[in-house]
Design a protein around this ligand. Structure first.
Ligand code: NDP
Length: 249
């Protein structure tokens, strides 16, 4: 119980991978609006990162989350510059879609490396410190397609499904030390990633969403903010589905 105290709760330091665009950006803005000290990591789009900092005032750090050493070094730099990282949101993700007979090994490997490997790398960098300090929150962004599968996405579905298993396993390791580990499985959200889906395919997808529309990044951010909060301390190893009712279980 002592580890869940609310003293200085808003001053927690949060890092959001892939925080400069789309869902990650909304998460950064939501956490910052709650008074958290927020750091946004990103992968390569410097223009988007500059615009993000200009518009939000949130500091960015660039490294590839699929690169183990880069994560260890990047998080060490953030901690030296800002302070101990209390909250990690593993949001960075990519797609390399294609049916299996056309998918290359690189398509498979890139997606596993960034989407799933990134979670491992960030946890290796931040989880030990959280355990020592007896407080931490890790929120991993999975996907409806990791729960239900999706045509043309064996790489992405496998990586996202892996995130859900990773979450449940690490949650067991952190539970006694005040570190919760949870996942959010978004449905289809109106970001650049979904803008890449052909319009005809998107129409068919929206027709399958009971709520009748795409989701908004802020709706995912609201879920992250809860799981990252002091009040979320009894929630661990869970997957929160935020998908307009498209996949229920
Ligand atoms: P976007 O493509 O809009 O943004 C992706 C972000 O991840 C960018 O900030 C990008 O940085 C960053 N990124 C990509 N690769 C790396 C890397 N190797 N290292 C560090 N950062 C990286 O994605 P969304 O906002 O749509 O998606 C965010 C997360 O939500 C992803 O994990 C995605 O799989 C998941 N998701 C999205 C859904 C959707 O409908 N949009 C549905 C379900 C899950 P940069 O700008 O430098 O490229």
């Amino acid at each position: 119980m002592a580890n869940e105290g609310k003293a200085n709760s808003t001053s927690r330091i949060a890092i959001v991978t892939g925080g400069t665009r789309g869902i990650g950006r909304a998460i950064c803005e939501m956490l910052a609006s709650e008074g958290r000290t927020v750091i946004a990591n990103y992968g390569g789009n410097d223009d988007a990162a500059r615009a993000f900092t200009d518009e939000t005032g949130i500091v960015t750090y660039k490294w590839d989350v699929g690169d183990h050493e880069a994560c260890i070094d990047g998080c060490a730099k953030v901690e030296a510059d800002v302070g101990p990282i209390d909250i990690v949101v593993n949001n960075a993700g990519i797609t390399r879609d294609g049916v299996l007979h056309r998918m290359t090994y690189d398509d498979w490997h890139d997606v596993m490396r960034v989407n799933l490997g990134g979670c491992f790398n960030m946890a290796k960098a931040c989880f030990p410190g959280m355990r020592t300090r007896k407080w931490g929150r890790i929120v991993n962004i999975g996907s409806i397609n990791g729960q239900a599968g999706q045509y043309g996405q064996v790489n992405y579905a496998a990586a996202k499904s892996g995130i859900h298993g990773f979450t449940k396993a690490l949650a067991q390791e952190g539970a006694r030390s005040g570190v919760t580990v949870n996942a959010i499985a978004p449905g289809y959200i109106d970001t650049d990633m979904v803008a890449a889906v052909p319009e005809a395919v998107l129409e068919k997808i929206v027709a399958q969403i009971p709520v009748g529309r795409l989701g908004h990044a802020e709706e995912i951010a609201r879920g992250v903010a809860f799981l990252a909060s002091e009040d979320g301390g009894f929630v661990t190893g869970s997957t929160m589905s935020i998908n307009g009712g498209q996949h229920m279980y």
